[in-house]
Each structure stands twice: as structure tokens, then as C-alpha cells.
Design a protein around this ligand. Structure first.
Ligand SMILES: O=c1ccn([C@@H]2O[C@H](COP(=O)(O)O)[C@@H](O)[C@H]2O)c(=O)[nH]1
Length: 285
């Protein structure tokens, strides 16, 4: 598999351009069985394909970032993964950046294989960026961090996730200096992004649901993906509580709250535009 450098501009620069044109909203493509049913589709490969490609048609020309959730495609086996490959290709073709939500993390030698799967130019599953789990140690992500850098792609590392259980691990204090695990991940990303312009390509995942935590995002110089808007109960206003004066690089993301408006292409697109306007109003200082 080739891991030759791509001629693409760094992900951070491409993201800044996309956000300035289309706004910061990221919409997730999460083909939940319940949503397929609500759209009048069977929970089978045909239903998955219709759902996911309708979402691409509705959204890829409108929002800056689309975030397919790999789990819902993998649940359909190899044919589901083939649909995911089409989603990535067609969304990118229509002008959206694709952030593949796979939350991968493993020992370094296996991490190299994951990196090749999602970040190598030649992979059919290569996206513009992927989500990574750093809980085997931030350093274990090195193969993905370096391949992403070489191929102009990005990564989003879990720091403080939107689910309430996340605090158990991510809020724990490190024995050496008392920083929380989440703050340590934030600081690692900041170190990777130092000096990058206009924005680094190592992002973080920080839930819009987590409230006031005292986490310091001021040095990150990278994108902050904020899931939890809509179905998980967070609103645009919660972004202010979580991120304080660091709203400029926040990418709010929502999935079910937009997708539930299907199956019509126009209705899904309008829902995303409404969400985008409402988020923009909340982020305006
Ligand atoms: O902390 C996290 C990290 C990832 N997610 C993912 O985002 C979407 C949220 O979907 P909604 O329908 O908007 O709730 C989903 O794919 C999660 O796996 C997250 O929610 N929280």
C-alpha cells in the first residue's frame, strides 16, 4: 500500500477554507436502524445504501464536514463497508470534507495498519480525517499522526467525550502532575499543532454536553469537534459554557437531529441549514 505524500494542502488549512465558505457545522451520517425505519426503509443493505446516499445528496454540497459513523456501516459486514467507501468518495466529490468516525487506537504496530486503512492515499477508506482514541497512550497514535501529516490529512483525538461515563477515565488526575487525562490529551495536541498556520491538523473531540470543566483550550491551535448537540441534549449555548473564549475553532456536530427530518433530500438539507444558522448565531461573539 502506498503511503506517498499527497499533494493536498494540510487538513487544517483545508478546514479553515471550508468553514469560511460553508460555516462550522459538521453533520454526522449515522444510519441507525430506528432512523431507517422512520424513513420507511428496511434495515438491510439496500436501506443502508439509500439512507446514506440520500444524506450525502442532501448535505455534501452544503455543510463543510460530513462525519459518517463507521459502526453503522460495519454492522452490515463487507457490503456495508462498500457503502461507506461510496459515501466517502461521493461526499468528497461533492465538496464536503469527510471525517470518518472510527475512534481507532491500538499498540503502535497495529496502529500503523489502522493508519494505512484510513489515512493512506491508496486506501479506498481514506477520508480527510479520522477520529482516534488515545487511551493506549497518546504516543501510541504516532503512526497515524505522522501518516496524516505526510498525506495532508487530519485526526481528531478523543479528549473529553460527550457521554457521562467518559469522566471516569478522562477526568482522572495524572499521578505526575495532577492534570486530568483530558487536559493531558489537549496539551499533547497543542504540542503537535505548535506553529502550524492557519490551523493545525490535530483536532480534539470535546463533548458539547460536558458543562464547565476548567479545561484549557487556549493553546490547541487545532479544530475542536463538539458532538452532543441535539439528540444528546446540548444546544449552541452550551458551546459557550464548554469552550469559553475559544469558540473560533469549534466544529459543532450533530447527527440524529438533522437526519430525523428525512427521507426527503430537501427536508434534510433544510434541517442542516437551520441547524447551521442557529449554531452560527450561538457562536457569534
Ligand atoms: O464524544 C463523542 C464522540 C463521538 N460521538 C459521535 O457523534 C455522533 C453523535 O450523534 P448524535 O445523533 O448527534 O447524538 C455519534 O456518531 C457518536 O458516536 C459522540 O456522540 N460523542
Amino acid at each position: 500500500m502506498s503511503t506517498q505524500p499527497s499533494s493536498a494542502r494540510p487538513f487544517g488549512a483545508r478546514l479553515v477554507a471550508a468553514v469560511s465558505e460553508r460555516g462550522p457545522l459538521c453533520v454526522g451520517i449515522d444510519p441507525h436502524p430506528a432512523l431507517l425505519e422512520a424513513w420507511g426503509l428496511e434495515s438491510d443493505i439496500g436501506g443502508l445504501e439509500r439512507f446514506a446516499l440520500t444524506a450525502v445528496e442532501a448535505l455534501a454540497g452544503t455543510v463543510s464536514v460530513l462525519k459518517p459513523q463507521s459502526a453503522f456501516f460495519e454492522a452490515h459486514g463487507s457490503r456495508g463497508v462498500a457503502v461507506l467507501e461510496r459515501v466517502i468518495a461521493e461526499a468528497r466529490e461533492a465538496g464536503a470534507l469527510v471525517l470518518l468516525d472510527v475512534k481507532r487506537g491500538d499498540i503502535g504496530s497495529t496502529m500503523s495498519a489502522y493508519a494505512n486503512a484510513y489515512l493512506a492515499d491508496s486506501s479506498p477508506l481514506a477520508a480527510d480525517a479520522v477520529t482516534l482514541s488515545p487511551f493506549l497512550g497518546f504516543g501510541s497514535l504516532e503512526p497515524a499522526l505522522s501518516l496524516a501529516e505526510r498525506t495532508g490529512r487530519g485526526v481528531f483525538v478523543l479528549a473529553r467525550t460527550s457521554n457521562p461515563e467518559g469522566r471516569q477515565v478522562q477526568g482522572a488526575a495524572l499521578p505526575e502532575d495532577g492534570r486530568s487525562v483530558a487536559q493531558a490529551m489537549i496539551d499533547e495536541a497543542a504540542a503537535r499543532n505548535a506553529g502550524a498556520g492557519p490551523l493545525g491538523s490535530v483536532g480534539l473531540v470535546v463533548g458539547a454536553t460536558i458543562g464547565r470543566t476548567g479545561l484549557d483550550f487556549s493553546q490547541v491551535n487545532g479544530p475542536l469537534l463538539a458532538p452532543g448537540i441535539g439528540a444528546q441534549g446540548a444546544t449552541g449555548q452550551d458551546l459557550r459554557t464548554v469552550f469559553g473564549d475559544q469558540l473560533a475553532h469549534v466544529l459543532p456536530t450533530t447527527s440524529r437531529d438533522v437526519l430525523r427530518h428525512g427521507p426527503g433530500v430537501a427536508e434534510v438539507r433544510s434541517a442542516a441549514l437551520r441547524a447551521s444558522e442557529s449554531i452560527a448565531a450561538s457562536l457569534r461573539v
